[in-house]
Design a protein around this ligand. Structure first.
Ligand code: GLY
Length: 321
């Protein structure tokens, strides 16, 4: 049974991906084509073109993909100037003996692959960034931000917990029963330059294994990295948990994390038979779903699992003993 699930914002890419699956396309190709549509959507400020920039006003993109047939995987992170990081993640998986390229190395690889280059910072995203920093950096001037010797302090002030989420993820199951998971993001708005979230990290932001299923996260990447959330879901199923049990446990595990920066988490998951679910620490959250009988994706409710938010800002900074 062919099927697609993903974050709510994946909906724009699912019909095209479903056409591909209906015509015998692979789960990998379906994930890539669906995510490319979101990366090209300038109105989505959490992914690709139009994504919110880092604190310096530069858009840095992360993406990752995993093939459930054999858990081969590819990822790029902190990539600047290229429109489709998910395609580069796929090329890393298929053409290199490596799994993960970052920064300049990822950009060099993109050039070699003749990937589509372009300016990612749109005027609406730049305006929101500038307004936010002018407000928080006063009396310092926005143009001085690049030279701030203590950027680490300012990044915490400028960070907006409401903008720690976003991101797109897609899980596809093709006619052969193969599963693939992919994620793409511009990351946490106003992040410190070089910050990498969970989206390009196999086991944290995404995981796919035909034997058990797949999971993919959107939310506060630092949490999913620390708890290896996507892998946790699949490992629980490997240990015999149902999809609902596995997802609920992985969310509850996040609630047990310590530290000062716990915000929200969402993930979607599918078992090897194509049964699917979404989970969220936000009430009334939904995820996108489409199967072969549908002309358009539907939004389904996610299972709500509370995570107590612990978000402390600059005033609490101090050396950790
Ligand atoms: N989950 C996306 C990020 O934290 O960058």
């Amino acid at each position: 049974m062919i099927r697609l699930i993903g974050s709510e914002n994946a909906g724009v890419g699912l019909p095209q991906a479903m056409d591909l699956l209906r015509n015998g396309g692979s789960a990998i190709a379906a994930v890539e084509i669906a995510i490319r549509a979101v990366e090209a959507n300038a109105d989505d400020h959490s992914v690709g073109l139009g994504g919110y920039p880092n604190i310096l006003g530069q858009v840095e993109l992360d993406a990752g993909i995993m093939d459930g047939r054999d858990r081969t995987s590819g990822a790029v992170a902190a990539l600047k100037g290229y429109l489709h990081p998910i395609s580069l993640a796929r090329l890393v998986m298929e053409r290199l003996p490596h799994v993960f390229l970052v920064g300049e190395g990822a950009a060099r690889f993109a050039r070699e692959m003749e990937a589509e280059a372009g300016e990612l910072l749109t005027e609406p995203a730049r305006e929101v960034w500038a307004r936010r920093l002018e407000q928080d950096l006063a009396p310092r001037k926005l143009k001085e931000v690049t030279d701030l010797p203590d950027l680490w302090r300012w990044v915490e002030i400028a960070t907006d917990p409401q903008r720690t989420h976003g991101t797109v993820n897609v899980i596809a199951r093709d006619a052969q029963g193969h599963i693939c998971a992919g994620v793409s993001t511009s990351g946490w708005a106003w992040k410190y330059p070089g910050r990498v979230g969970d989206s390009p990290i196999a086991g944290a932001g995404f995981y796919a294994d035909d034997r058990y299923g797949a999971a993919a996260c959107t939310g506060t990447g630092e949490m999913a990295i620390r708890a290896a959330t996507a892998h946790s879901v699949i490992f629980a199923m490997q240990m015999g948990a149902t999809l609902l049990e596995a997802g609920t446990r992985a969310m509850a595990d996040l609630n047990d994390l310590g530290g000062r920066y716990l915000a929200g988490m969402n993930f979607v998951a599918m078992d090897r038979d194509g049964n699917h679910a979404g989970f969220s620490s936000y009430e009334n959250a939904t995820y996108a779903h489409m199967d072969a009988s549908m002309d358009a994706p539907e939004l389904l409710p996610r299972t709500y699992v509370a995570i107590k938010q612990r978000w402390e800002r600059q005033s609490s900074l101090g050396n950790r003993q």
